[in-house]
Design a protein around this ligand. Structure first.
Ligand SMILES: [Zn+2]
Ligand SMILES: [Zn+2]
Length: 269
C-alpha cells in the first residue's frame, strides 16, 4: 500500500515552485486525506530557508488553508528544521529534523547544494577524503536524533550526487560503519524515519533516501518509517511512493506510518 498523504512539502515560502494552495489542489486531485507543509525554517547560513519575517506569514497562510479546506482534506502545519539552526519556538504539528550542513572547523559544508560544492568541500576541508566527510555527516545525523522533532529527514543526503558511486562507495566499510551507527541512533530515538523520494522527482537520483543497507538496519532495529516526497513541485506530490514501498518491503519492513490529520496510523506496506 502507498500512503494517501504527504508531510514533507515545500512551497514558494522557501524553495518550492508552487503556492501552498496549488499543492493542496494537487493533493485533492490525488485523493489525499492529509497534506502537511514543512517549509525550511530560517537558518542564517542557508539562502533557501524562510527569512525570519516570513515565518509568521507562512504560518498564517497554512492555518487559513486548514480552515478553508476543512472537511475536504486535513492540513498540517509543519517545519523542516536544519539541525545547526535554532529550533523553532512556535508550535508546529510536526517537525522534520534534517542535516543539510556539517561543520568543518569554522566552516559549514552544504552536502546537497551541488556536486561541485560537495567535491570542493571534500578537497578543502577533508583532504580529499570523502569518507571523512561522510563520517562527519553521519556523526551529525546521529547527534540530530536528540532533537525533539517527530521525523528524521533524508538521513543519507550525502549520497545525493553520488548515485553512480563515483565519488565514494556506500558499500565500503568506512562509509557503512558510520551510516549504520546513525541508523542505530535513529532507531533508538523512536522517531519516524523518512523514506524520501524527493531527489527522484528532481532528477538527481532513481532511488529514495536512505539506501538499502541503512533501511535493512532500520528494519532489524524495528524503526518506524514514513514515506514522503519532499515535494517542491505540485506535479510530483506522490512521486516514487510505490517504488519506495516496494524497497521498504524488500528491506524487511512490513508496515509504515502515516499521518491522518494529526494522528499517526500504522498501515501494511
Ligand atoms: Zn531537506
Ligand atoms: Zn525538504
Amino acid at each position: 500500500m502507498t500512503p494517501r498523504s504527504n508531510i514533507h512539502t515545500h512551497s514558494t515560502y522557501a524553495d518550492g515552485r508552487d503556492m501552498p494552495e496549488d499543492m493542496l489542489q494537487a493533493a485533492l486531485r490525488l485523493g489525499f486525506h492529509t497534506l502537511g507543509f514543512s517549509e525550511h525554517g530560517h537558518a542564517d547560513y542557508d539562502d533557501c530557508s524562510m527569512p525570519t519575517e516570513v515565518e509568521p506569514v507562512y504560518r498564517a497562510e497554512i492555518l487559513r488553508l486548514r480552515d478553508k479546506y476543512a472537511g475536504q482534506i486535513d492540513v498540517l502545519l509543519g517545519y523542516e528544521h536544519d539541525w545547526l539552526s535554532p529550533y523553532p519556538t512556535d508550535r508546529y504539528d510536526f517537525v522534520i529534523e534534517s542535516v543539510h550542513y556539517v561543520r568543518a572547523g569554522d566552516a559549514l559544508v552544504c552536502v546537497d547544494e551541488s556536486r561541485p560544492i560537495l567535491e570542493n568541500a571534500a578537497e578543502r576541508h577533508f583532504d580529499g577524503d570523502f569518507y571523512a566527510l561522510c563520517k562527519a555527516y553521519f556523526r551529525t545525523v546521529a547527534e540530530s536524533c536528540a532533537s525533539p522533532a517527530q521525523v528524521l529527514g533524508h538521513m543519507d543526503l550525502v549520497m545525493k550526487f553520488n548515485e553512480a558511486r563515483d565519488l565514494f562507495d556506500d558499500a565500503d566499510p568506512r562509509y557503512l560503519r558510520c551510516a549504520l551507527e546513525a541508523a542505530d541512533a535513529a532507531a533508538d530515538s523512536g522517531k519516524l524515519v523518512e523514506i524520501n523520494t524527493g531527489a527522484i522527482a528532481r532528477g538527481y537520483r532513481t532511488q529514495p533516501y536512505p539506501g538499502p543497507a541503512i533501511l535493512r538496519r532500520l528494519a532489524e532495529r524495528s524503526a518506524r518509517i514514513i514515506l514522503s516526497s519532499d515535494c517542491h513541485d505540485s506535479r510530483y506530490l506522490d512521486c516514487g511512493f510505490s517504488d519506495a514501498a516496494a524497497l521498504a518491503r524488500a528491506c524487511g519492513f512490513k508496515t509504515a506510518w502515516a499521518y491522518r490529520g494529526a494522528t499517526l496510523e500504522e498501515y501494511p506496506l
